[in-house]
Design a protein around this ligand. Structure first.
Ligand code: ZN
Length: 96
């Protein structure tokens, strides 16, 4: 079974591109992964067959054309939730 959720790649792309504009209090791997997971849970997945490169490229373009603003909105929302409920040690402080 080789299927892949193209949205994963798209969201990682958006995250990298707009990282500075999200004003995350922490951008460690854990926090970024939390944002990624939360965003993906609230986006409709787009599955493709992983070995098919043309489908991959087409899906990426399609997602970019019709959805990058919507995806960015979701990413910004997830970044806010993670910032308010940090799970990483850096933000929780030593007392917890
Ligand atoms: Zn962190």
């Amino acid at each position: 079974m080789k299927v892949h959720n193209i949205m994963e790649v798209v969201v990682v792309d958006v995250l990298k591109k707009y990282k500075d504009q999200l004003h995350m209090p922490c951008t460690c791997e854990q926090c970024m992964n939390d944002v990624l997971a939360m965003t993906l849970n609230h986006l409709k997945p787009q599955y493709i067959v992983k070995d098919s490169n043309s489908a991959y490229v087409r899906a990426l373009h399609e997602a970019d054309r019709q959805g990058s603003t919507a995806i960015l909105t979701k990413v910004a929302w997830a970044a806010r939730v993670v910032a308010e409920n940090p799970r990483c040690d850096k933000l929780r402080g030593p007392s917890e």
